[in-house]
Design a protein around this ligand. Structure first.
Ligand code: SAM
Length: 233
């Protein structure tokens, strides 16, 4: 379970009301039962439930069972798309080890409303489910050009469905070791001028995931799976 509280031996740490409901109402756990806790800073802790009432619960951390792992340096940049697709991408990107989810606004974005808090909650639940000890940061949505203008030197691979770019696998092999970022466009794709602007930037490589046009969320997750398998982080 993720808790935004310091974890140390002997402390009594309050859980959220949602966790109290989950443990008592859904999982039928009670005082003394074992749980695993992490907070993204202090590693993973074996703990027991110290007290559990309807909407109140607290834990007692007993010993650290895994040291803290660093937040991965790899990033997902994704054009704002429909809410369900954003939710699904946040979950899958967390499972695939992303450290930062950056929603971007592009010329063909059909929405500029991205609920960062909702995506953070989804990322937190996905982190609990997949056993990672960090929760990716979800940045507020920002215009693509602003994100690119403030970019560091991290290689940015951009999904291009127009059959004008080499395969993602080839680009990964040519990439230096270290962090990377993966960008996918919105439902309507990037405008030509946007792709031209991207290609002018030294840190960008446009790449293909094959001859079929994938939905944005499919492209996001497929690209991350390839990158994670070949480049890791
Ligand atoms: N412009 C397209 C159309 O309507 O014909 C659709 C764009 S696609 C739904 C959304 C995004 O997914 C694209 O901007 C691209 O980043 C990524 N994408 C989709 N298929 C891809 C492929 N085969 N290779 C690489 N990226 C792809």
């Amino acid at each position: 379970l993720y808790l935004d509280q310091p974890l140390a031996e002997g402390a009594e740490v309050p859980a959220t009301a949602g966790q109290a409901h989950y443990l008592g109402g859904v999982m039928r756990r009670g005082p003394g039962d074992a749980v695993l806790l992490f907070n993204g800073r202090d590693g993973e802790w074996a703990a027991s439930i110290a007290a559990l009432r309807k909407d109140r619960c607290s834990f007692r951390p007993e010993r650290q069972v895994r040291p803290q792992e660093p937040l991965p340096g790899c990033r997902l940049l994704v054009a704002a798309v429909k809410r369900d697709a954003m939710d699904w991408m946040a979950e899958k990107a967390t499972e695939l080890g992303i450290g930062l989810i950056q929603p971007v606004l592009t010329r063909r974005s059909i929405t500029d409303k991205v609920n960062t808090a909702r995506l953070s909650n989804i990322a937190q639940e996905a982190a609990e489910q997949c056993g990672r000890l960090t929760v990716p940061r979800v940045a507020p949505a920002a215009p693509l050009h602003a994100v690119l203008d403030a970019w560091d030197a991290t290689p940015l691979l951009v999904g291009d469905e127009r059959r004008e770019s080499p395969p993602l696998t080839a680009a990964v092999r040519a990439m230096p070791a270290g962090p990377w970022a993966w960008l996918v466009g919105p439902e309507g794709g990037f405008e030509r001028a946007e792709l031209d602007d991207l290609r002018r930037r030294a840190f960008v490589s446009t790449v293909s995931l094959g001859p079929r046009i994938l939905r944005a969320e499919t492209a996001a997750v497929a690209g991350l799976a390839v990158l994670q398998a070949l480049a890791g982080d």
